[in-house]
Design a binder for this molecule. Structure first.
Ligand code: PHE
Length: 443
């Protein structure tokens, strides 16, 4: 156990932007647009908002309460409030951080390369062939390693000097770019078709188990829940923070960025008649269709394309930082390692695990299904049971720094009954999908 006093955030804004930075990432810009397109546009939006409010927010507050209340990384935090029997759940969180960061960094590496090459040489040529070259073999591995090195560098710098400073600089920039891009997109001829597609509602579709599963899974992934990232960030908080307010603000910002990203992607894609390609594949919308749109925009396309991919890199970096921090803080607290060595060792191990994903996008997809979907939902379910039923101090802890909040009883009711019921249903369907994905892969 390390005896040094625990690091703390330098300011309230620093913590909030770091948490928003964790939430806002590839999930908002890439997964969200695709899922909204697949699952009935506005109808998916409505269901997604419901999932964020009913499941996401209660679990986020639970992670904050456990993290701040214990001042420890996940394994020790769970043992602190629930006894040693809960340690393995912390182990699952560390495993999630490991696997998610391994493939997340691969996609971030492609994005980094698109941003840099787009700025230098523009977005011409055969978009599909370009993507094929970016997303396979040695180049994909190299860019993944570059991205991991940047992530390690930030995390090694510490909570205040590395993570917080990066978020304070990059997050406002990201907001500005995304809003600017949405305004630009609205000026394109033919943008209307994109809005129609985005907001076209077919409410019949949201009643299916599949859409519910996608909405809940996306809520967890996008809000960085179910693997202790928010828990770990909250462990560096002082006891003055108003956790319910912070949760609402963070979830709201995350949704806003996802929503605005849709206002960027759909008008751009439809203005250039590329609508058919959008729902084709998860990867397609972002890495093939959009560069095609950028190349057809002429001179502006280079700037717009660079801005778009740069904002993705920024979002991916601040999310990757939080994924690595779960592993690093666990090594620091549990093994007594120094932060810098923990960041380097964990970073190298995760980078190695990402190499197969960089080599082969099928492996990447499988890792996303297992860790990005299944582990997160399982972790969220366990967290809601833990906070609702096991952690007797939960209500009291939530009230520290937030006196007079009336709905803590509602919060606990959601954690005890509503969240477990919804997540059990979702977990079952996700398990079936995961099993099929594994079986399909082996065959
Ligand atoms: N929330 C991030 C995104 O949307 C991904 C992430 C998941 C980050 C889990 C941390 C923990 O891209």
């Amino acid at each position: 156990m390390s005896e040094l006093p625990r690091e703390q955030w330098g300011s309230r804004l620093g913590f909030i932007l770091a948490a928003v930075g964790s939430a806002v990432g590839l999930g908002n810009m890439w997964r969200f647009s695709y899922l909204a397109a697949e699952n009935g546009g506005a109808a998916f939006l409505v269901l997604y908002i419901a999932m964020v409010a009913l499941v996401g927010l209660p679990v986020m507050l639970a992670e904050f309460v456990i993290g701040r209340g214990s001042g420890r990384s996940p394994m020790q935090a769970l043992a602190h409030f629930g006894g040693n029997g809960w340690r393995p759940l912390g182990g699952l969180f560390i495993a999630s951080g490991f696997v998610i960061l391994a493939y997340y960094s691969v996609i971030a590496g492609w994005t980094l390369r698109y941003a840099i090459e787009g700025a230098v040489a523009g977005f011409g040529g055969d978009a599909e062939a370009t993507f094929g070259a970016v997303a396979s073999g040695t180049p994909a591995i190299l860019w993944h390693l570059v991205f991991m090195a940047i992530t390690v560098f930030v995390v090694a710098g510490g909570v205040k000097k590395g993570i917080e400073r990066t978020a304070l600089i990059l997050m406002p920039l990201l907001f500005a770019i995304v809003i600017g891009l949405a305004i630009y997109a609205s000026t394109l001829d033919g943008a209307g078709a994109g809005y129609t597609y985005y907001f076209d509602t077919s409410f019949a579709e949201i009643l299916s188990a599949d859409v519910l599963k996608d909405a809940a899974g996306q809520a967890f992934f996008s809000l960085s829940l179910g693997m202790g990232a928010m828990l770990t960030f909250a462990s560096y908080l002082s006891r003055e923070n108003h956790l319910p307010n912070e949760s609402v603000f963070i979830a709201g910002s995350d949704f806003a960025v996802a929503f605005i990203a849709g206002l960027v992607v759909f008008p751009m894609v439809f203005a250039f008649g590329l609508g058919d390609a959008v729902s084709g594949s998860t990867v397609g919308a972002l890495f093939i269709t959009l560069p095609t749109a950028f190349s057809e925009m002429g001179g502006a396309g280079r700037v717009v394309g660079f801005m778009f991919f740069a904002s993705l890199v920024v979002g991916a970096l601040t999310s990757a930082i939080s994924l690595l921090e779960v592993v690093v803080s666990s090594a620091v607290d549990g093994l007594g390692w120094g932060r810098r060595s923990a960041a380097i060792v964990a970073g190298c191990a995760i980078a190695a695990l990402g190499i197969p994903a960089a080599w082969n996008t099928d492996i990447l997809g499988l890792m996303d299904q297992i860790a990005g979907n299944f582990f997160l939902v399982a972790g969220g379910l366990a967290l809601s049971v833990f906070t609702g039923w096991i952690m007797t101090e939960a209500m009291e802890e939530a009230g520290v720094g937030a006196p007079g909040v009336r709905w803590f009883g509602l919060w606990r009711g959601l954690l005890r009954f509503v969240v477990p019921v919804i997540l059990s249903f979702v977990l079952y369907h996700t398990a079936v999908d995961t099993w099929k994905a594994i079986a399909g892969f082996i065959r």
